[in-house]
Design a protein around this ligand. Structure first.
Ligand SMILES: NC(=O)c1ccc[n+]([C@@H]2O[C@H](COP(=O)([O-])OP(=O)(O)OC[C@H]3O[C@@H](n4cnc5c(N)ncnc54)[C@H](O)[C@@H]3O)[C@@H](O)[C@H]2O)c1
Length: 326
């Protein structure tokens, strides 16, 4: 089955959705919309679809099964409400909205209308993350005690309406919740404005989960792009690089015995190191294909609106905590 798809917002991320849909056999890109006419028209010509300046007109004229909403975050609620009123299934970029209250409205309305929705938490579809999740669920790392995430790099000039926590840390919060299968009980953060006057551009966030701790470093001031995650458990340690999709697993080798004084001693040997075999894939393509499959086969998306809301709720806790524990 081939589904008709459309994209609203043809900027940085929308352009990627357009290109990716055009590469998927089960999708036919029928139309795109942007308030910047030159930008949208040029892309429509390139990808052989129709252009609309007004997305409401697009929904009136076209039969659309799925739409990607790729407008700036402050417009998510408005555009999502309009899309829902037209009865169209949608993928909305992350974060789900600029605040939890607006996000809740989107999720509630979509559920009420019986529409399928998902949120662009793209890192879930990184093959290295999927493999790491499978290894954790198989028990290869034992009980997870700590997770460390770094997502740092330079300032993205097109982001004018978000701070580094809701723009970047929300990815890591969502991934860590997913890997651990739970949400943190406590959130503690130190945030600051180093190079940008009005918005936080660096944050260090400590998340206390039942049985595990996590630490996230995000910023827009490190001159090199780093996207890494490491996980420590009682049976091993894993290091993941989101960019190269590499995953290295260190299996712990140790004996536990009682010494002459009756105390328990742990004797560690050299770990077994494995470079885990990962079939590299473009996360956005995996994400869009998955959502198409959910619509075609009436499945619940891997990233639910509620999970995206939870990641935003924790981000808000971090923002509100600055210096104290929430
Ligand atoms: N998943 C990811 O990794 C990821 C990466 C980057 C951005 N994003 C998210 O994608 C969203 C868009 O970010 P971006 O960097 O592409 O922004 P952008 O500014 O580059 O693009 C947004 C586009 O939306 C258009 N637009 C605004 N109002 C519109 C309207 N009413 N109708 C149609 N088009 C309209 C703008 O003209 C612009 O072309 C944000 O929510 C951002 O957080 C996600």
């Amino acid at each position: 089955m081939v589904l008709n798809v459309a994209v609203i917002g043809t900027g940085n991320m929308g352009r990627n959705h357009i290109r990716t849909y055009s590469e998927i056999d089960d999708a036919k890109l029928v139309a795109i919309s942007d308030v910047i006419e030159d930008r949208g028209k040029g892309l429509a010509e390139k990808f052989g679809c129709r252009f609309y300046k007004d997305y409401n007109e697009m929904f009136k004229k076209e039969k659309i099964d799925i739409v990607s909403i790729c407008v700036p975050t402050f417009l998510h609620k408005k555009v999502a409400k309009d899309v829902i009123s037209h009865g169209v299934n949608f993928l909305i970029e992350k974060p789900i909205a600029r605040n939890v209250e607006e996000g809740e409205e989107i999720v509630k309305l979509a559920r009420k209308k019986g529409l399928k929705m998902t949120v662009g938490h793209i890192e879930r579809f990184n093959p290295a993350v999927q493999k790491l999740k499978a290894m954790i669920d198989e028990g290869k790392l034992g009980n997870i005690t700590s997770v460390l995430a770094r997502r740092v790099g330079i300032f993205p000039p097109q982001i004018k309406d978000a701070n580094v926590v809701i723009d970047l840390a929300v990815h890591d919060i969502d991934v860590i919740n997913y890997l651990l299968g739970k949400s943190p009980d406590k959130v503690y953060a130190g945030l600051g404005k180093a190079l940008i006057e009005k918005r936080h551009d660096y944050a260090n966030i400590f998340l206390k989960y039942n049985g595990a701790n996590a630490f996230i470093e995000v910023n827009w001031i490190t001159p090199v792009k780093i996207r890494r995650l490491s996980v420590t458990g009682t049976k091993g340690y894993a290091e993941l690089n989101y960019i190269t999709q590499e995953l290295i697993y260190y299996e712990s080798i140790y004996d536990k015995f009682c010494d002459d004084f009756g105390d328990f001693v742990i004797n560690f040997g050299e770990p077994n190191i494995t470079k885990v075999n990962i079939k590299k894939e473009e996360p956005l393509k995996v994400e869009l294909k998955h959502f198409i499959d959910c619509i075609e086969n009436n499945k619940e998306p891997i990233v639910t609106g509620e999970q995206a809301l939870e990641a935003l709720r924790v981000s808000e806790m971090a923002l509100n905590s600055n210096g104290c524990c929430q």
